[in-house]
Design a protein around this ligand. Structure first.
Ligand SMILES: [Zn+2]
Ligand SMILES: [Zn+2]
Length: 112
């Protein structure tokens, strides 16, 4: 925190890139912003919650323990070149008709 640096678990990141970017990054960046703007306050206090809402438009009810569960609770999709772990939110969007494409091969992701 003091160095304004974020360290993410590389394997978690690789296997859950989408869930990671959707859920964990806003959460952690909010912590950094709280640290920079307010200094030492409650880790998930009102400052952190207002950044989650104002900056990221996320529901600010997450704890770190809950983060790990959210990252783990992902859905496996495939394209033509790789497998992708999608967040529950994206999975729900897909079941409502949304399509996500692989950035590398440009194929529409399909449930594995
Ligand atoms: Zn947190
Ligand atoms: Zn691909």
């Amino acid at each position: 925190m003091q160095q304004n640096r974020l360290n993410f678990h590389p394997i978690l990141y690789k296997e859950n890139t989408n869930a990671f970017l959707d859920d964990v990054v806003p959460h952690e960046v909010s912590h950094l912003l709280v640290w920079a703007l307010f200094g030492r306050v409650q880790p998930h206090g009102k400052e952190w919650q207002s950044i989650m809402i104002d900056v990221f438009g996320r529901k600010p009810d997450a704890t770190h323990q809950f983060d790990v569960k959210r990252v783990t609770r992902s859905f496996l999709y495939q394209c033509n070149c790789d497998s992708h772990a999608l967040s529950t939110r994206r999975h729900n969007n897909i079941s409502k008709g949304a399509q996500y494409k692989c950035k590398k091969c440009n194929a529409v992701l399909r449930m594995a």
